[in-house]
Design a protein around this ligand. Structure first.
Ligand SMILES: [Ca+2]
Length: 293
């Protein structure tokens, strides 16, 4: 073999080795990305394109991912609720009290809870809330259930969470729904001054940013946008049955529906761009009506 051919053969061999290494590293990388995935929710994510960064669940929905489950958007793992028109990025879920929501500033910042089970309880994290809502105009939809089988919802336009420097300050716009506008505290004259959550900073037991001489997060046992202290606290203490008595109103509270002394069974908070267009053909909940025959 002439020397130049030996050199080419050597380079080819080297190329083959490198390609093999690359393939193995890619596989490893893929496995690392999915290592925390339970088998049953793997499907949606595995099929998710790796070369595209989704801004939220609404983009995934319009890209053809129509089943609820865990997905990846930007740098975080999220639960997408593809019901109720689809495209909802879930930011909070309480269903059975498995997870404690009385957590530190850092835990609320990064998020906590069960991000594996389909109905796990979690908080997506204040940094994530900020990053998602800084991308555009988002609506917040809150789904609530009591222990008697009742269901209500509250929706707010222009939901926005500031960054950590501004203590994850809350802003929201017009209300619509059936649960009442507890967030603004406008249900009763004179109440909003101390009960409104508009413009409030986030507080945790170890970071008191509220307007109260004491520490709302400590007394009410959860992190929230407390004022002095609240008319809604969906991160409060979970009680196994609705009515409760305590030194203070520390339950999972939505005042305008069940009052301060009833702790709700279910709370789900989720986000979607306000201008999201629901295509009824895409809506898995829509009743399919064929043309008259
Ligand atoms: Ca205080």
């Amino acid at each position: 073999m002439p020397p130049e051919n030996v050199e080419v053969a050597g380079l080819r061999e080297h190329e083959r080795l490198l390609k093999g290494q690359l393939q193995r590293q890619e596989l490893l990388l893929q496995r690392l990305q999915y290592w925390d995935q339970p088998a049953d929710t793997n499907q949606a994510r595995v099929n998710q394109s790796q070369d595209r960064e989704y801004t939220d669940c609404s983009q995934l929905f319009t890209s053809g991912f129509k089943s609820s489950g865990f997905y990846r958007i930007k740098s975080s793992r999220v639960y997408c609720d593809m019901s109720e028109g689809g495209g909802w990025t879930v930011i909070q879920r309480r269903v059975n009290g498995t997870e404690t929501f009385n957590r530190s500033w850092v835990e609320y910042k990064d998020g906590f809870g069960d991000m594996n089970a389909e109905s796990g309880e979690f908080w997506l994290g204040n940094d994530n809330l900020h990053h998602i809502t800084a991308q555009g105009n988002y609506s917040l939809r809150i789904h609530l259930e009591d222990f008697e089988g009742g269901q209500r919802y509250a929706e707010y336009k222009n939901f926005r969470v500031a960054d950590e420097k501004d203590h994850y300050r809350l802003a929201f716009g017009a209300y619509a729904g059936t649960a009442g506008d507890a967030l603004s505290g406008s249900f009763q004259v004179g109440v909003s001054e101390w009960a409104s959550h508009q413009g409030m900073k986030f507080s945790t037991y170890d970071r008191d940013n509220d307007n109260y001489k004491g520490n709302c997060a400590q007394e009410d046992e959860g992190g929230w946008w407390f004022n002095k202290c609240h008319s809604a606290n969906l991160n409060g203490l979970y009680y196994p049955s609705g009515h409760y008595s305590a030194v203070t109103d520390n339950g999972v509270v939505w005042y305008t529906w069940r009052g301060w002394w009833y702790s709700l069974k279910t709370s789900v908070m989720k986000l979607r761009p306000t201008d999201f267009k629901i295509d009824t053909a895409d809506d898995p909940n829509a009743v399919n009506r064929g043309p008259p025959s």
